[in-house]
Design a protein around this ligand. Structure first.
Ligand code: NAX
Length: 327
């Protein structure tokens, strides 16, 4: 049997964790030939529930699941990790200012970055799901100076998938017929879902939908979909978030399909005017286990303004965490 891949999942007892772990253990994250060892990291209050989930994972008798360990200390939780899914985060509670939220999450993602730096495997790949995902990823990355910066990413794949689905519904096409859609910027209400390079069954999407639909329907629907799910379900997106995390890591490790691209928040190299070092969403392809930003796309004035607004928010968040001494 091939050596199992160690996958650390934080927030393992949460609702995304519950939707995620069974899919990882069944082989959907890394492929049907790759055994996995799960390392569940929780806070002490979450350990008992994580133990319950571990019992259920055992009861599935997944052939690819080579072991499950549970931790409440990041130092041990990330030891030997090849893939880390950072899902657990401090949610915003009533009356909490943005600075308090960033500080509380700095207290989580700083030490987790240090633990990754100290103990993870050389090929560690990190996906941050817990919000504010882009800035949490930046904090973790800044605390892991020995890990190549490109190994820290944040999730905008759920936004990407939501955009695919909305565009398919509007044009009457199948999701599989849509290519080259992009989410730019922050995983927040300022994100910019861009259809100007997208095609629907080979036709430019911009010829099939008009500007007013884009502005007053598509963009706000995608950006506010999380709130709409909470309103309808009484709880935030869980299975769709877990699905997007699977898509992100699966593509990162195995490569994106030939031709088309997807969206992921990765460390900027300065492309498209996004300041170097920010973790911002781009059009990306994965090849040989690395994300590459799709280069050379023309950015029209409408897109430029939207990208700039979302990137400005990321700059503000970065400056705020810098000001708080978190990076
Ligand atoms: P839950 O509240 O159900 O679960 C979070 C779990 O994390 C809890 O079990 C908690 O004990 C644990 N936890 C908290 N601090 C921890 C720490 N320091 N170490 C380890 N575990 C810790 O939240 P859930 O619905 O699972 O959502 C998790 C995160 O995903 C939230 O921050 C949420 O905002 C974020 N989301 C991000 C999305 C994205 O597209 N990037 C979409 C879905 C989701 O909203």
């Amino acid at each position: 049997m091939t050596t199992p891949v160690n996958v650390t999942v934080t927030g393992a007892a949460g609702q995304i964790g519950y939707a995620l772990l069974f899919r990882i253990a069944s082989g959907q994250l890394l492929g049907a030939d790759t055994p996995v060892k799960l390392r569940l990291l929780e806070i002490p209050q979450g350990v008992k529930a994580a133990e319950g989930t571990a019992m259920e994972l055992e009861d599935c008798a997944f052939p690819l699941l080579a072991g499950i360990d549970i931790f409440d200390d990041p130092k041990t939780g990330f030891e030997g990790a090849n893939v880390a899914l950072l899902v657990g985060a401090r949610p915003r509670t009533k009356g909490m200012e943005r600075g308090d939220l960033l500080e509380a999450n700095g207290g989580i993602f700083g030490p987790q970055g240090e633990a990754i730096n100290a103990g993870a495997a050389d090929d560690i790949r990190v996906l941050v799901v817990g919000n504010p995902a882009n800035t949490n990823a930046l904090i973790a990355q800044q605390h892991a100076p020995d890990v190549p910066a490109e190994r820290f990413t944040a999730m905008t794949r759920l936004d990407h998938n939501r955009a695919l689905s909305q565009l398919a519904a509007k044009t009457g096409a199948a999701v599989a017929d849509i290519a080259d859609l992009t989410i730019w910027g922050n995983h927040s209400a300022t994100q910019y879902p861009d259809v100007f390079h997208a095609t629907v069954a080979g036709k430019p999407a911009s010829e099939l939908v008009d500007r007013s639909w884009l502005e007053s329907d598509f963009i706000p629907t995608v950006a506010k979909r999380g709130a709409a799910i909470i309103e309808a379900r009484g709880a935030s997106s869980a299975a769709s978030a877990a699905n997007a995390a699977i898509d992100h890591v699966h593509d990162w490790v195995n490569g994106t399909a030939d031709g088309s691209w997807t969206s992921a928040a990765i460390v900027s190299d300065g492309s498209y005017g996004v300041p170097e070092g920010l973790i911002s969403s781009f059009p990306v392809r994965a090849k040989g286990g690395r994300w590459e930003i799709v280069q050379g796309l023309e950015v029209n004035d409408f897109s430029r303004a939207k990208i700039d607004a979302s990137v400005a928010e990321l700059v503000e968040e970065r400056d705020a965490v810098k000001g708080l001494g978190l990076i």
